[in-house]
Design a protein around this ligand. Sequence first.
Ligand code: F3S
Length: 427
Amino acid sequence: MDWTSLSWYFQYLSSQIAKYSELENGKDLHLTNEEEGILKGEDGAGAQTAMELLVAIGDAFDARGLIPISRAHAASSGQEGDLFFVEILAKGNARCKALTTTNPVVDFDYFQNLININDEHEEASVAWKVKYYYKQIGAIMSQSCIPYLAENIPEYGEHVAFSESSATPYVNSVIGAFSNRESIQTALAAGIIGKTPEYGLHFTENRKGTVLVNVECDLKDGFDYSLLGQYIGKQVGNGIPVFTGMKDRPSIDQYINLCAMLNVSGAIPMFHIPGITVDSKTVVDAFGGNKPKDTMTVTNHNLREIEESLQSGSRDIDTVILGCPHYNLDQIHKIAELLKGKKLKQDISFWVNTSATTKVLAERGGYVKTIEDSGARVIVDTCIDMFCWNNLRGKTGMTDSPKCAYYRRFGDVRVGSVEECVASAME
Ligand code: F3S
């Protein structure tokens, strides 16, 4: 695609978003002289492209202008669409102005030994170029889908641009930062310019609850929080749930699972748990004095129905994949405890995905050795939605993540708690 067609593409994108969001294309977006200069190409073609995208989005959502952001997270996917945009930016000499982290793609060092990655492997070549160009534009090669725990942690009240399913609700709801639900490309453009269009969740009044959710189900572990997220994401679709009736403060991994699934089965950028999450002490606070547009109740029966709907196939499993989203240190520790002194069935492949940062600490704690002594592997930098898992097609996999099951590189899939995954893989 050449530059003229790219410009046309952004205009088209803007008009389509405006149509979709039923907003008039405002044309009211005010740019400073400096921003106008970037738009005209004074900072190079890459920054100009990034600015064109931000202006298109700003126009579509009737933003009044751009606001500075301190950090961004681009949910880089290592796939064609990702490469298309980051390559244009890199070849146009763009560099990130705000700290910008990246999502997992593939750990080439590890998978090189398992599958034949040669010069003609098209998907590998795309993924390799994606990593190369992100590095070239100055992004942090964190390659983690939970960057908000280690490599890129916003503060309360900070304006940021975070893409990735669990990341947006986590930074908005648990930390209290301000982010819209960004795409890879809009988050990346914001990271390049150091600004984002000011609309949506950058305004306090748009961060109020819309749907009241009475939680009557038991939430005993991270898996139940995944099921809750899956159920509510599907029921609410697009909105801001306010959860009541939760007996305990969720742990970090429970928050991560809830956030990820709210934003996979639905498009939920944030939620409130009055008295627990940072922005509301009471239900009245959470709704900003407004009435809920809808009210729903979640029971144990609802969760078990969702769990059942995720299962396919009844064969013995061949493979277990954990760590979608990437496991944090507590979860790696837990898996180490579950696998301690045990051996997996001989014909089972068992992978635990995490970030490079977490793996360093897990190695220091001895957890990686304990896990790998059982026959399982701890791998870094890798997303379960990548070509490196293609050889799982036709196999029956098990995972504790409905998101992993949704992307389904397996043939059939069983979904259960981490304890159930471990038990299924044992002699
Ligand atoms: Fe992370 Fe990829 Fe799963 S980005 S959440 S491992 S689909």
